[in-house]
Design a protein around this ligand. Structure first.
Ligand SMILES: NC(=O)c1ccc[n+]([C@@H]2O[C@H](COP(=O)([O-])OP(=O)(O)OC[C@H]3O[C@@H](n4cnc5c(N)ncnc54)[C@H](OP(=O)(O)O)[C@@H]3O)[C@@H](O)[C@H]2O)c1
Length: 272
């Protein structure tokens, strides 16, 4: 009876993780979300008794702390998989370089801090709070959702100057994952950063909205992606990305050298 905790399960990739994993009735799946009642209405349509929703905000340590006892009661004190999926994707800084964003230094600072607070600090608190449950689990896998943007070679080889604040926060989290692995691999805990590819999460994605002014910039970024991956024909759907990631997560183990690594939904360093 494997147990899963998935953050950001309200929508996008997190919801699809929850949907696919809970297809197997022997899995116990807990979604950690900011908007509990809204998400409960959404998951009700699935009609699956193995799905549970608990409140928690990555920017609110106390809410995360409070969630642990509730989750523990649902999963009987041990957690097999922690999937740290929730993330803040800034639309303001998505299509400009750090130097252009620096024209508004105050806003740049706020944007950097917001990305870092959610994507890095929030996830570090989350992992620290849930590690005791993970250590009691049979599977012991902690997965964080990263991004191909956080690959510095991709950045430099293809001049991906955009989305600095988001990228920096994801790179920092990749380093945190390596640090956790260094501390816990001996106890059999797999820490893995995985990038989902470029995935269409729809209009209800709260964060990335392209303004009129950003359209040419978004197209320029698309051109860089095409230079990197000529086969890339546009965003994939969540169903496919989650299926691919679950396959990689299933196979990856400390024993096979995946501890602390940063890979894509393809199980390698091909991001698109
Ligand atoms: N989609 C892609 O192409 C892509 C590519 C690379 C990496 N990723 C990564 O994949 C993950 C999921 O992305 P997505 O595309 O599904 O994004 P999304 O549709 O914008 O969903 C983001 C999720 O994170 C939650 N969230 C945001 N801030 C939070 C906070 N402070 N505390 C708790 N939850 C919070 C949101 O909850 P609310 O509903 O409450 O806002 C939502 O459930 C993210 O880590 C993202 O960086 C996605």
């Amino acid at each position: 009876m494997p147990s899963y905790l998935i953050t950001g399960a309200s929508r996008g990739l997190g919801y699809e993780f929850l949907r696919q994993i809970s297809e197997n009735p022997s899995n116990t799946v807990v979604g950690l979300v900011r908007n509990k009642s809204e998400t409960e209405v959404k998951v009700k349509a699935l009609n699956r008794p193995n799905v549970h929703i608990v409140q928690g905000d990555l920017e609110d340590f106390d809410s995360l702390k409070k969630s642990v006892d509730q989750v523990s009661a649902i999963v009987n004190g041990s957690l097999d998989y922690l999937i740290a999926n929730a993330g803040y994707i800034s639309s303001w800084s998505a299509y400009d370089s750090l130097s252009t964003l620096g024209d508004d230094p105050k806003r740049l600072e706020e944007d950097l801090l917001k990305c870092f607070r959610v994507n890095t600090i929030g996830n570090i608190h989350l992992i620290n709070l849930y590690l005791p449950l993970v250590l009691k689990g049979d599977v012991k896998k902690v997965i964080t959702l990263s991004s191909g943007f956080a690959d510095d070679e991709l950045t430099t080889n293809f001049n991906i100057s955009e989305a600095g604040p988001y990228t920096i926060s994801k790179s920092a989290m990749n380093t945190a994952v390596a640090k956790y692995s260094a501390a816990y691999a001996e106890q059999g805990v797999l820490f893995l950063s995985i990038a989902p590819g470029a995935v269409e999460v729809g209009q209800d994605a709260g964060t990335v909205k392209v303004t009129e002014k950003q359209i040419p910039k978004a197209m320029a970024l698309g051109g860089k992606f095409a230079g990197y991956a000529p086969h890339f024909k546009g965003r994939t759907m969540p169903e496919e990305s989650i299926k691919d990631m679950l396959s990689v997560i299933g196979k990856a183990s400390v024993k096979d050298g995946y501890g602390g690594s940063f890979i894509s939904h393809k199980g390698n360093k091909q991001w698109l």
